[in-house]
Design a protein around this ligand. Structure first.
Ligand SMILES: [Cu+2]
Length: 166
């Protein structure tokens, strides 16, 4: 804009800034109009109830559609606590990488931890919302405890289940 002509700059200085401000508003408005609208979510959230007991993981249902999935995880057992880990993997249970103590190796090859609830106290319920793509998943508890001097992996004891996102 030609707002800095010698001699009249001072005089129209205010007008100029008003014009600039208006122009900015118009540009912002134009940008707003031109900006592609956000892709609307379907709005539906798949809910999956997960029951943790010694020593199993049960997901109901065991499948969900791709998108937002809300896991409602209940510690229905008598253990003071359990964990809940969501792992994306094409491996079967027997192929999953393990640590020396029998627990699941979260850093192992062919697996990707998508989400986790560290602690679900006895009889408590906690939720975990994840955005999941189609594929095969494992839901598991990776808690390792020492009972009577023996190391016990909840995963090795059976706390795992397959989960499919369609
Ligand atoms: Cu557990």
């Amino acid at each position: 804009m030609q707002c800095t002509i010698d001699g009249i700059q001072k005089e129209i200085g205010m007008k100029c800034s008003v014009v600039a401000a208006l122009t900015a508003v118009v540009l912002i408005a134009a940008c707003g109009v031109n900006r592609p609208a956000a892709v609307p979510r379907s709005g539906s959230i798949e809910q999956v109830n997960v029951s943790l007991v010694e020593f199993s993981v049960t997901a109901t249902p065991a499948t969900a559609r791709a998108g937002r999935v809300l896991f409602k995880v209940h510690n229905d057992g008598n253990a003071a606590r359990h964990e809940f880990v969501v792992v994306r993997t094409d491996l079967t249970f027997r192929q999953l990488p393990r640590n020396a103590d029998g627990s699941f190796d979260e850093e192992g090859a062919g697996v990707r931890v998508i989400g986790e609830i560290e602690t679900i106290q006895r009889h408590a319920t906690r939720t975990l919302m994840l955005d999941l793509e189609a594929g095969h998943y494992m839901l598991l508890c990776n808690l390792v405890v020492v009972v009577g001097g023996k190391v016990r992996s909840h995963f090795a004891e059976g706390m795992h289940t397959d989960f499919t996102v369609l």
